[in-house]
Design a protein around this ligand. Structure first.
Ligand SMILES: Cc1ncc(COP(=O)(O)O)c(C=O)c1O
Length: 158
């Protein structure tokens, strides 16, 4: 999570972060610690994020990133990724998706959903020894990395 966020986010970037459980909350926290202007889109715990709320948040200003947890481990809720991806890219933002719990346990269509940055963990549905975090960055995300104006911060997160 931190590797994806710290590489994608620069101080002052507007980030719309979907929060409907523990890990969405952590994602918002990490984005904030890396200097993002965090706009939280919330749903009641146990309910998916409403794509219309993401659209509304994106209308609030130019947005670098929409960040979302595909499967919120704390509640078991799966998000409507296709719709959220469409809305995100229509607004010209990048899509960052946590698939820690979903990868290997549910279809995860990184290319079809045009997910720009994603990470998982080996300790959940992949069911292999813990400690590894597979990541994927799209060509668009790699361009954002190349075009960074600030260096990736170090030592801000424990
Ligand atoms: C959705 C989600 N994201 C992130 C994490 C954090 O993973 P780690 O424990 O490898 O830091 C977890 C852990 O349960 C998770 O379920």
């Amino acid at each position: 999570m931190e590797a994806a966020v710290c590489n994608m986010v620069e101080p002052g970037d507007r980030c719309v972060v979907c929060v409907n459980g523990v890990f969405g909350g952590r994602l918002a926290d990490v984005c904030g610690r890396y200097g993002a202007e965090v706009v939280a889109v919330r749903a009641e715990w146990g309910k998916p994020i409403d794509p219309a709320d993401v659209k509304k948040a994106l209308q609030g200003g130019p947005t670098k990133l929409v960040a979302i947890v595909h499967a919120e481990t704390s509640t078991g809720v799966l998000q409507p990724m296709e719709e959220i991806s469409k809305i995100t890219h229509e607004a010209g933002a990048l899509l960052l998706m946590d698939c820690v719990t979903s990868l290997g346990g549910h279809p995860v269509y990184i290319d079809d959903w045009q997910v720009d940055a994603t990470y998982s963990g080996t300790q959940k549905c992949l069911s292999i020894p813990p400690g590894l975090a597979p990541v994927s960055f799209s060509p668009r995300a790699l361009k954002v990395l190349d075009d960074r104006k600030t260096k990736v911060a170090t030592g801000t997160w424990i």
